[in-house]
Ligand binder design. Structure first.
Ligand SMILES: Cc1cc2nc3c(=O)[nH]c(=O)nc-3n(C[C@H](O)[C@H](O)[C@H](O)COP(=O)(O)O)c2cc1C
Length: 208
């Protein structure tokens, strides 16, 4: 397939579009962030990269704390809004009709409406150029109870999560294309799992 070279740019898609909350319960702020990811599993660590000119940059720089709030279809509009206006001018919680709730460990609020909240405490800052990368320990995680089954299994597929790709927001619409390990799964395991899934679907039909 023929390819055309373009100038080096940040073309890594799709990315999550999360709302990072920061500040205090009295003076909270939200910044929409796509430059985020997981960088270590043990201990659980993440990062957000914030442009130096953002209002949130000063807040996170001083406090060393933020909360990553995952976003879903219901939050898509608010996610865009919080990425277009500055907390230096407006109260984004109020304008986007979002509810600040106290976190367990960090001093900044979490967004109640988000399906998952990751409380984060900065352990290192990398000055990269336009953006500073705030690497942080994930010190607490909160998951909407409705996403959990009776065994505590988290069904994130029910959360309606969204992603951001080259200027547009997308919902995760399709059913999963596969599960972890399906490319190397033994036929026996495949058969057992599809039997289990069919039983689950049938049980669901009976309770409806
Ligand atoms: C989808 C989306 C993703 C964004 N990702 C980032 C990002 O990763 N880092 C960043 O500094 N700004 C990012 N922005 C821009 C900020 O969210 C935006 O400038 C915001 O208004 C800053 O708010 P503040 O001034 O209250 O901090 C993004 C905006 C959108 C809409």
């Amino acid at each position: 397939m023929a390819k055309k070279s373009i100038k080096p740019t940040t073309m890594l898609c799709p990315l999550p579009a999360v709302m990072a909350s920061c500040g205090s319960m009295e003076e909270p702020n939200i910044i929409t962030i796509e430059w985020t990811g997981i960088i270590c599993s043990d201990p659980p660590r993440t990062y957000i990269s914030i442009a130096k000119k953002r209002h949130s940059h000063d807040i996170v720089e001083k406090s060393g704390e933020f909360v990553i709030n995952l976003t879903n279809r219901d939050l898509a509009f608010a996610t865009d809004y919080c990425g277009c206006v500055s907390g230096a001018k407006v109260d984004k919680f109020k304008e986007a009709k979002l509810t600040p709730v106290p976190a367990d460990i960090v001093g900044c609020p979490m967004i109640e409406e988000a399906p998952v909240n990751l409380e984060c405490r900065v352990f290192k800052v990398e000055r990269l150029g336009s953006h500073d990368m705030y690497m942080a320990d994930i010190v607490a995680v909160h998951v909407n109870e409705e996403l959990m089954d009776e065994n505590g299994r988290i069904g994130l597929e029910k959360a309606g999560l969204i992603v951001y790709s080259h200027g547009h927001y997308y919902g995760l619409q399709s059913r999963p294309l596969g599960r972890f390990g399906w490319s190397v799964m033994k036929p026996k395991t495949k058969k057992r799992l599809s039997k289990e899934a069919a039983a689950k679907r049938a049980a669901g039909r009976r309770t409806r």
